[in-house]
Design a protein around this ligand. Structure first.
Ligand code: HEC
Length: 403
């Protein structure tokens, strides 16, 4: 019963997480777009010299006119809308999910004894430390002298994130490592909102209310973090869906895949942002990030392609594989979870609806089963302690079924 209720809790929190994330990133994409499309005021309006630019849009059956002020308007309006609950809700719900799945069931989702034999408390402590330390280092670098040299800062941050990806993939299961990496960048994004962007805006408003000269520095600092957030978005979103794709996190060089796909995501975002400013640059410069992103994706897709050898390497003489033996392996190693009424603690229903109580049921999903076995992503966390010999037997049997 508890497992069943926890499943529901997971579903509801995940639902909230997605909705809040869409609201947050949707608004964030919109404001980046808005900023990059602002046009100078026409002659008649020039009197309003505090205005940096404006934009007209038509949406939902009406016309909209947005203006951006260089630092602040001459007078604050009585109602000023803020955007932060979307970000905070996304983080809070995301952290709750992290606890529900990756911490509460660390032995299934976070720990892989073949990578590092961590105890549950140690694994959780390391994961939490990764979230905190990445923020502290990132924030420190952004406040240092390095921040004045954008390309240098970008290179240093890129190298540090790559090191983090490598480190996490050598501590946790592939799936867990990817998620902690995504969560640490997501935490940086939300901390940027909570600790830099919003306080900066509060300072702008306070200065205005007190009739002080408004210092543009906090606003500019917020702008820098906001730009970073936009490049972080696609890598984080990739990680959040990566757990459906064992081919990305399951392999030996999964840390390289994580780095490459994060880089590709940042490049594609950079391309979108550059397209907003097309009127300013030339076409080639605009297309460069898109080319880099697409090329990286192509290389990863090529590199991860299953080789015939890898599948055949598990081959044994056909006679060695007995149906009864396969049946018994599946019964011991898969059925505890993949059955109508799972016996494995923590599972109240067959994962992904996949039931393997008969070999026919297994045979209906051969390609997926083969992939999961090859990648060592099933049995989940190898909780049912499948041996390499059993894996080889099952893979050989699958090979025969497919011919
Ligand atoms: C400890 C529980 C557990 C055991 C044991 C287990 N699985 Fe799974 N399996 C899962 C879970 C959970 C998922 C869903 C993964 C997800 O998407 O979060 C899953 C998903 C799958 C999928 C679908 C993957 C996809 O993304 O399409 C396949 C195929 C699969 N398992 C095969 C197997 C095979 C074969 C065995 C036995 C060798 C096995 N599983 C043993 C828990 C288990």
């Amino acid at each position: 019963m508890l497992t069943y209720l926890l499943d529901w809790l997971g579903l509801l929190v995940r639902w909230l997480h997605i909705v809040a994330g869409i609201a947050w990133i949707g608004a964030s994409f919109y404001f980046v777009w808005l900023d990059n499309h602002l046009q100078p005021l026409r002659n008649a309006d020039r009197a309003d010299s505090d205005v940096a630019g404006e934009l007209w849009a038509v949406h939902g059956g009406g016309f909209y006119r947005s203006r951006k002020y260089r630092v602040s308007p001459p007078e604050l309006p009585s109602t000023l809308h803020w955007f932060y609950w979307e970000a905070y809700t996304t983080w809070l719900s995301g952290f709750a999910l992290l606890c529900l799945l990756y911490f509460l069931r660390a032995e299934a989702y976070l720990i892989d004894p073949t990578i590092a034999a961590l105890s549950k408390p140690v694994a959780i402590a390391l994961a939490l430390a990764a979230l905190i330390v990445s923020w502290v280092i990132y924030d420190g670098l952004c406040r240092s002298a390095l921040a004045r040299h954008t390309p240098l800062l970008a290179s240093v941050l890129g190298a540090l994130f790559a090191a983090e990806a490598w480190g996490l993939c050598h501590l946790f299961s592939g799936r867990g490592a990817f998620m902690i990496f995504g969560a640490s960048i997501g935490t940086i994004m939300v901390a940027n909102v909570a600790m830099v962007i919003i306080p900066g805006q509060r300072e702008l408003v306070r200065a205005k209310q007190q009739g002080r000269d408004v210092d543009p520095a906090p606003g500019l600092r917020g702008k820098q973090r906001s730009v970073h957030n936009t490049y972080f978005t696609l890598p984080v979103l990739f990680v959040m869906i990566s757990n459906h794709y064992a081919m990305t996190y399951g392999g030996h060089n999964n840390w390289l895949v994580l780095i490459a796909l994060s880089f590709a995501g940042a490049c594609l975002r950079a391309w979108f942002v550059a397209r907003h400013r097309r009127h300013e640059g030339d076409g080639l410069v605009t297309a460069l990030p898109a080319l880099a992103g697409a090329l990286t994706l192509a290389v990863v897709i090529y590199a991860l392609a299953p080789s015939v050898e890898r599948t055949a390497s598990a081959a044994m003489p056909p006679a060695a594989v007995q149906t009864a033996q396969v049946q018994s392996i599946v019964e011991q190693r898969c059925e505890p979870c993949h059955s109508v009424a799972p016996t494995q603690p923590g599972f109240s229903a067959p994962p992904n609806g996949l039931v393997f109580q008969t070999l026919d049921q297994l045979a209906a999903h051969l390609p997926e089963v083969q992939q999961q076995l090859n990648m060592h992503t099933m049995p989940l966390g190898n909780l049912t302690m499948m041996t390499e010999d059993e894996r080889a037997v099952l893979l050989t049997w699958i090979g025969h079924q497919q011919h």
